[in-house]
Design a protein around this ligand. Structure first.
Ligand SMILES: Nc1ncnc2c1ncn2[C@@H]1O[C@H](COP(=O)(O)OP(=O)(O)OP(=O)(O)O)[C@@H](O)[C@H]1O
Ligand SMILES: [Mg+2]
Length: 666
């Protein structure tokens, strides 16, 4: 056996190559085996620091993860919105000693987390390098590139850091170099590669006990600023509004931090519309952000969509809240005392005979689902970790109670809980990645709000970068309606980390853990679908026979039959349509109007009424209205309204009404 001289590798990679090549050549005749270490070409790092993270939110997510790993209890992010000149992120974590700082700057892509060195220099616990130094948090970081994801936002940033017990704080001022394709070509020739330059100095600190890290991102790149200010969204809207083509113009997001004037490129903040008040406390502000989405259900939008409600910035706030290892805004689903307001089922992992089946569990006498199903905490509740983003205190924006009433036969949500530990026994650890352990719930309810929460969200040790996967890990099914009624979280306690791609925003779908988990999820979905059908059929009532024989009754029966024939859930009624007088706000929240499509009567009938004033009696106008409602129900049943803004829906309906009125005037 010959060993290549690896000591030369890190300093000047290419210098060692002739050695290795020589060894290979020499070994041809000797038939000896050559052994060496794999090494990384620095250009990989250029790609990584420059190109794998695409959204500004990813950089903030990485910095939050670093603060979490550093045992911070609080992190303050000030984005300087809506200007976004400088972004400042301050945590009260352990800070970085000169050794840790040096390590980070000199080993991009070579994280000390989860290594012995990490334990030695205090980045990880001294007894277990996979958990944090003092709070035993499972470390999120593992690669050593997360911090450099800020390079999509800026080329210049500062790290100000201090550890407890020292009278200095250390400041590193970094200027990243960005390389063009041409640069990278020539680097290949010159061998020398530089990711950037750093100047480091120390300053006296008064309070020796203080500790923590501040990252300051200076001079945000114009492109990053544009994204954060939703420039593209505003440009498209203004274009559509300026066009005099008779088309219905695109609507501005309902909530936003100001709009960009397409002509001047200026940000107009006077128009800003945020769902909170300036003097609300951070927790209230965030709650209002969450509530405004569910409020849409009461108003006129039964399928609120974040991408239509919010500008980029507010969506980013939402996504960060979904991803971070923080508590839920209205309580952890496993801790909510549901009593008898839900029905709960235990998912089977396998079955000796036939397909696995979920079993109903009586939870009405149990404190909560955690007790009923013996679920371990996803996050340690006594371990405080709070994120304040521009004055909002973030929390997981998921709600499981006070859900809107619907027309569905099943009145309570159905929740399915599963637990699984797959040891991958008998499979080499290098291949299997070791054991995989997780808990999960699948929550079925007739309407999932916002629409972006349909699907499955995977958290590894409390954190996620992938958000909701609407395909449920590529589940093949024709039952799209039912799938649209399921939201699911999977809490991975052990494993799967190796299947996460380095940007933490996607998975390697061929990894054994991912393959196993997706099979498990697909089996769970089949169990949910079967049970949901069973529960519904138990509750089935034959409404149609009770119908009166009048025209309205016939119209309703027709729509209901059609609703079922085209593959909708027969236990659900078609969405109710309400023609309202005056405002859309249905503050009373009466159950008949919840989940309904509400249209403004005066808009729909503006022309019809005046034209037909003399010739039409009240009752034929009523039938006319009911016909229009039936058409609207059909359109909704076919999903035609799903991707339409309110004003387009109204416009379409008005046109149909106009056509109908034209015909009957003959
Ligand atoms: N807020 C912070 N407080 C203390 N140390 C930090 C902080 N941010 C970064 N570090 C140090 O810098 C190192 C590099 O951070 P970076 O995010 O680039 O990589 P990582 O967290 O180790 O791995 P990953 O790339 O998977 O995130 C960390 O390992 C840690 O030692
Ligand atoms: Mg990190």
């Amino acid at each position: 056996m010959v060993k290549a001289d690896t000591s030369k590798f890190p300093i000047d990679g290419n210098a060692a190559e002739p050695d290795l090549a020589e060894l290979i050549l020499n070994a041809r005749t000797s038939k000896e085996h050559v052994e060496t270490v794999l090494k990384t070409d620095d250009r990989v790092i250029a790609r990584v620091t420059d190109g794998i993270y695409r959204r500004p939110g990813s950089a903030l997510r990485e910095l939050i993860s670093n603060a979490y790993d550093a045992d911070a209890t609080e992190i303050f992010i000030d984005t300087d919105a809506p200007r976004f000149g400088t972004i400042k992120i301050t945590d009260n974590g352990v800070g970085m000693s000169p050794a840790v700082l040096a390590r980070l700057l000199e080993h991009i892509g070579g994280s000390s987390k989860r290594t012995n060195e990490g334990s030695q220099i205090g980045v990880a616990s001294s007894s277990d390098s996979t958990v944090s130094n003092t709070k035993n948090r499972k470390l999120i970081g593992k690669i050593g590139i997360g911090l450099f994801s800020v390079s999509q936002l800026t080329q210049r940033f500062q790290i100000i850091t201090k550890i407890k017990g020292e009278k200095y704080r250390t400041i590193a001022s970094v200027v990243m170099k960005t390389y063009t394709e041409d640069d990278l070509k020539t680097i290949g020739d010159t061998k020398k590669f530089e990711s950037g330059r750093v100047t480091i100095w120390s300053e006296d600190a008064e309070d020796a006990e203080s500790h923590g890290t501040t990252i300051i991102l200076n001079d945000l790149k114009p492109q990053a600023k544009d994204t954060l200010r939703s420039k593209d969204i505003w440009a498209t809207i203004q274009e559509s509004q300026a066009e005099d083509d008779g088309l219905v113009a695109l609507q501005a997001p309902r909530f936003h931090i100001g709009h960009i004037d397409a002509n001047t490129g200026e940000l107009i903040t006077d128009t800003a519309r945020v769902p909170w008040n300036l003097d609300d406390d951070p927790e209230q502000k965030f709650k209002k952000l969450v509530d405004c989405v569910w409020d849409q259900l009461k108003h006129s939008d039964p399928n609120p969509k974040l991408s239509e409600l919010f500008d980029y910035y507010l969506q980013m706030v939402w996504d960060l809240s979904l991803a971070a290892p923080i508590p839920y805004v209205n309580g952890d689903p496993f801790d909510i005392p549901f009593g008898n307001t839900i029905r709960a089922f235990e998912l089977a992992n396998s079955s000796k005979k036939g397909a696995p089946q979920a079993i109903e569990v009586d939870v009405s006498s149990k404190k909560n689902l955690r007790e009923a199903f013996q679920i371990k905490d996803d996050l340690n509740k006594s371990d405080k970790f709070e994120i304040f983003l521009d004055g909002l205190k973030l929390a997981r924006p998921l709600k499981f109670t006070e859900l809107p009433a619907t027309t569905h036969a099943i009145k309570e949500p159905l929740v399915f809980v599963g637990k699984c530990l797959q040891p991958f026994k008998g499979v080499m650890r290098e291949i299997s990645g070791g054991p995989l352990e997780f808990d999960a719930y699948l929550f079925w309810t007739p309407k999932i709000a916002p629409r972006e929460h349909r699907g499955s969200l995977i958290r590894i040790n409390g954190a996620s970068g992938t958000l909701f996967d609407v395909t449920f890990m590529r589940y093949q099914t024709a039952e799209m309606n039912r799938m649209n009624q399921i939201t699911c979280e999977i809490f991975v306690k052990q494993g799967l980390d190796g299947a996460l791609n380095i940007d933490r925003e996607s998975f390697n779908v061929a990894h054994p853990h991912y393959v196993f988990l997706s099979r498990w999820l697909h089996s769970a979905l089949r169990q949910v679908a079967n049970m949901q059908k069973k529960v519904a059929s138990e509750l089935r009532k034959d409404n149609i026979s009770q119908r009166t024989d009048d025209t309205i009754g016939r119209l309703q029966s027709f729509v209901e039959r059609e609703w079922e024939v085209i593959g909708n859930d027969p236990d659900e009624s078609p969405p109710p349509i309400v023609f309202s007088d005056g405002s859309h706000e249905n503050s009373s929240g009466s159950p008949t109007e919840q989940g309904a499509y509400v249209f403004d009567r005066s808009t729909l009938f503006s022309e019809i009424k005046t034209k037909r004033k003399t010739s039409t009696s009240d009752s034929s106008l009523k039938v006319f209205e009911e016909k229009l409602k039936s058409i609207a129900q059909l359109l909704a049943a076919y999903g035609v309204f799903d991707n339409m803004t309110k004003s387009r829906q109204e416009r379409l309906l008005k046109s149909i009404g106009d056509i109908m009125a034209t015909e009957s005037e003959e």
